[in-house]
Design a protein around this ligand. Sequence first.
Ligand SMILES: NC(=O)c1ccc[n+]([C@@H]2O[C@H](COP(=O)([O-])OP(=O)(O)OC[C@H]3O[C@@H](n4cnc5c(N)ncnc54)[C@H](O)[C@@H]3O)[C@@H](O)[C@H]2O)c1
Length: 270
Amino acid sequence: MNYNLKSKVAAITGAGGAICGEIAKAFAAEGVSTAIWDISIDAAGRKRDEILSAGGRAIAVECNATDKTSVASALEQTLAEYGDIDILVNGAGGGGKETTTSPGLEFFDIEPEAMKAAVFLNYMSAVIGSQAVGRFFAQRQSGVILNISSVAGSLPLTRALSYSNAKAATNNFTRWLAVHMAQNYSPKIRVNAIAPGFILTGQNKFLLIDEKSGEMTERGRQIIKNVPMARYGLAEEITGAALWLVSDHAGFVTGAVIPVDGGFTAFSGV
Ligand SMILES: NC(=O)c1ccc[n+]([C@@H]2O[C@H](COP(=O)([O-])OP(=O)(O)OC[C@H]3O[C@@H](n4cnc5c(N)ncnc54)[C@H](O)[C@@H]3O)[C@@H](O)[C@H]2O)c1
């Protein structure tokens, strides 16, 4: 498919990581100038180098997506380099051991501060990014925002308290912001989300793979039983939906949360 994304510019938070790194690479392969915004400048630099060596355009920008000042600075650096931004992907996120119940951590003992940090990472980062770049989109009267949510946003996952809560908020925010931007600024500003299913990456390994044996945990096996396709997804399998949603092929799509989950959210377990 021709996505017609040549000469577009995308800022992608968390793009030093697995899923958003693949999204950045897929965008760059379509001619998008990419800005890898990540709290780890080393991780961002590695993805930048991969994109550059494949012949794409990329810059690495140190950015804490939960911090307004840091996001403002990343926006400034990206505009200084590329002169424009067409696409924002809010992808920073992660599991959060301190807010995931376990034999050593009961629900009753989870600290409010730990909840706050996890909700900031998995939800507020999308709000903060959308405020900064959304204001820019409002001025230029066009732009695309893509939030990376999770299947946990529609079906809360056992144990993963803050993560499920925050991703539910992200889905709700996606719909809210889609309406807000279209009605108040421009119908050419679209806001959507992808809700990936289970992709084995740094953020969930602690739940799915036993650290000592390297075998799949009981939870890992339970997940596979509930995925009709009977496997984990690959980070690169998220890129098709991302390319489509940020392209004009999705020109009438806003406020959508698209599952890419091997059928997990379609399956009742029976
Ligand atoms: N892996 C999965 O199964 C899965 C499933 C559903 C949704 N997701 C979502 O996809 C997104 C990417 O996850 P992933 O699996 O690629 O994880 P990952 O751990 O591979 O990547 C996350 C990246 O985010 C960066 N990051 C962490 N905190 C940050 C911050 N405050 N500001 C900027 N960057 C920050 C990390 O440095 C890392 O590079 C997350 O939002 C995650 O919740 C993942």
